[in-house]
Design a protein around this ligand. Structure first.
Ligand code: G6P
Length: 609
């Protein structure tokens, strides 16, 4: 969370910084700021409460120009969202600093700094870093030494970048626990939390490693490792087509991303050439690791956790492999009994989620046969630190509520099921059946997208409601969970998901006319049981919204609205039904007038614990 962009160039950089922030806004958007050193070596600062657009407005009213600068978009952790708490933080009228992460010992450091005479202008943990750095610079240290001394005093996670008027063409940065990448230009260099911010200016990147310090100027790029030694980190060219982060004809990124799913799902499926024989799409050495896998332990957060929950059904039912799934924030701290032959599988759109990364890093302490990640962002921390990697081909996902990243994760997980199932007696016919279903998946998703207008009509009933219940059975239960998460994230309607069989054990008490009930009810073997549950809801005045296979025999009647879904192979139904639920949430949120792409209090990439 929080996005950092920095530039050291021979040209004016304010517009580059602002464009970088726009591209990083998914990381946080409660306040934003930018500091520049102008050609008279003055430090110029804009800080605004609210989105990056507020900062742009401030820059239009009072333009500041400079060739060296840092900028930040914030997701508040310590200190409420306000202009004072926005970054950059200034110290001694000479330096400005931006920070992503959490400084755990900030209270002690604050007290020390106050006793040395430093006044604090904010309630953030980050401001201590600015004053510490200032203190070391005042003692005569150069930028690199001063930053090294500063980070030695910090406990917690950080990516920081700072500029100092006494070193007007340089930016100093450090990373520990939060991502930071250098963008390499010609006669100019940049820094950012995510390469996406810098694709406007370069396609060559240096990914900083844990404990690295970096100093950039227009002509130089120096990296020092944790021991303070100068190191040469590889430059990674990113030569894929620059991904469109433009909205195009869509009103919201979320809608664009929902509609991008047929392409993204097909691209992800085609990442593996010959699933029936070859495991190389899961990374070098996949076959050797897969041969030893008896169990899969999945750790993930949010929507990615739901993908893991779906995968459990596939892995156990199709591949005959025991699978456990846990939210990474619990998994990382729990004392567990480890089974022999366990693969640790993390799932993460961003590849940077702090809890998921911690789950992977703790893996070293346990006996796993290997670690694997399913991620959407190449070169992210999870990708760099896992033995095996499968990259989903969702493309950049900007909307905070995950859509195409989730469904492409499911494709990856189904392909993994085949790779592992092949070793556990999954018949060639069954494997082929799943592959055939995956091949046809984009068409079924297209068909679901054609139901958009019908779904929009259904969504109207949710607008005045304060609660919603989502029901599913079996593999559709995690899909109900994902549907309810989507609704609460973007429409702020309180939504809960239950396995349909649990309805009478509690939630039925809540059912009334303020509680629409959504049932994910494809025509599978559980349908009949679900039908009797649904009757219980209806007879208590609840209104039902049933997403059903058109072959299932449901029809609309008073207080029951049925959306007839495409008749598709069982195994891909979780993916197809997800798309319909995404559209439902989207339309509810649009009609409620919420900020669909940037829902309040949330951030896309949670790089703090
Ligand atoms: C945040 C996002 C969610 C996402 C979760 C896990 O909470 O708002 O959309 O599912 O993080 O993120 P990851 O990048 O690890 O999938």
């Amino acid at each position: 969370m929080c996005g950092i962009v920095a530039a050291a160039a021979r040209r004016e950089v304010s517009e580059i910084l602002l464009e970088g922030l726009r591209r990083l806004e998914y990381r946080g958007y409660d306040s934003a700021g930018m500091a520049l050193i102008d050609n008279e070596h003055r430090l110029l600062l804009h800080k605004q409460l609210g989105k990056v657009s507020e900062l742009e407005r401030a820059q239009q009213l009072q333009p500041y120009y400079g060739c060296t600068g840092i900028a930040h978009t914030r997701w508040a952790t310590h200190g409420e969202p306000s202009a004072a708490n926005a970054h950059p933080h200034i110290s001694g009228q000479r330096l400005a600093l931006v920070h992503n992460g959490i400084i755990e010992n900030h209270e002690v450091l604050r007290a020390e700094l106050q006793s040395q005479g430093y006044d604090f202008a904010s309630g953030t943990d980050s401001e201590v870093i600015a004053h510490l750095l200032h203190g070391f610079l005042q003692q005569g240290d150069g930028l690199v030494d001063a930053m090294r001394q500063t980070v030695r005093k910090l406990e917690g996670a950080y990516a920081v970048a700072a500029i100092d008027i006494h070193h007007p063409d340089q930016v100093i940065a450090a990373r520990h626990g939060s991502p930071l990448v250098i963008g390499v230009g010609i006669g100019e260099n940049f820094l950012a939390s995510d390469q996406l911010a810098l694709r406007q200016v370069t396609d060559r990147f240096v990914y900083l490693e844990e404990g690295d310090l970096a100093l950039i100027s227009p002509s130089e790029l120096l990296v020092f490792n944790e021991q303070g030694e100068p190191v040469c980190r590889d430059q990674t060219p990113i030569d894929d087509v620059v991904e469109s982060v433009e909205l195009g004809a869509y009103d919201h990124y979320m809608l664009k991303e929902i509609y991008d799913q047929p392409r993204a799902l097909a691209a992800t499926f085609h990442a593996c050439d010959n699933l029936l024989r070859d495991d190389s799409c899961f990374g070098d050495g996949a076959a050797a690791i897969f041969d030893r896998v008896n169990n899969v332990q999945i750790a993930a957060c949010g929507t990615s956790y739901h993908a893991g929950m779906v995968a459990r059904y596939w892995l156990e039912e199709l591949a005959g492999i025991a699978c456990e799934v846990e939210v990474a924030s619990e998994f990382r701290y729990r004392k567990r009994v480890q089974h022999e032959g366990t693969l640790l599988l993390t799932i993460s759109q961003s590849g940077e989620t702090a809890d998921t990364l911690a789950a992977l890093r703790n893996a070293g302490e346990h006996e796993f046969v290997g670690t694997m990640v399913i991620a959407n962002v190449d070169n992210s921390s999870l990708v760099r630190e896992s033995d095996l990697v499968f990259l989903t081909r969702a493309g950049a996902e900007i909307g905070v509520a995950s859509t195409k990243a989730f469904t492409t994760q499911l494709v990856a997980l189904l392909m993994l099921t085949i790779a592992l199932g092949r070793r556990r007696g999954m018949s060639p016919e069954k494997q082929q059946e799943v592959i055939n279903a995956l091949q046809r998946l984009p068409d079924f998703v297209e068909e679901t997208l054609e139901l958009d207008t019908n779904i929009q009509q259904l969504s109207e009933a949710f607008i005045p409601k304060h609660h919603a219940l989502f029901l599913g059975r079996g593999i559709q239960y995690p899909i109900a969970m994902e549907g309810s998460l989507k609704l609460k994230e973007i429409s702020y309607i309180h939504a809960e998901a239950y396995p349909a069989g649990e309805l009478k054990h509690g939630p039925l008490a809540l059912v009334d006319d303020d509680m629409p009930v959504v049932a994910v009810a494809p025509g599978d073997e559980l349908l009949e049981k679900l039908k009797s549950n649904l009757e219980e809801v209806r007879s208590r005045g609840g209104e039902l919204f049933v997403f059903a296979d058109r072959a299932a025999g449901f029809s609309s009647e008073p207080r029951v609205k049925v959306l007839n879904m495409p008749h598709c192979p069982e195994v891909i139904k979780p993916i197809v039904y997800t798309v319909a639920l995404q559209l439902l949430s989207y339309h509810v949120a649009v009609q409620k007038g919420t900020d669909v792409d940037k829902p309040r209090n949330l951030a896309k990439s949670v790089t703090v614990e």
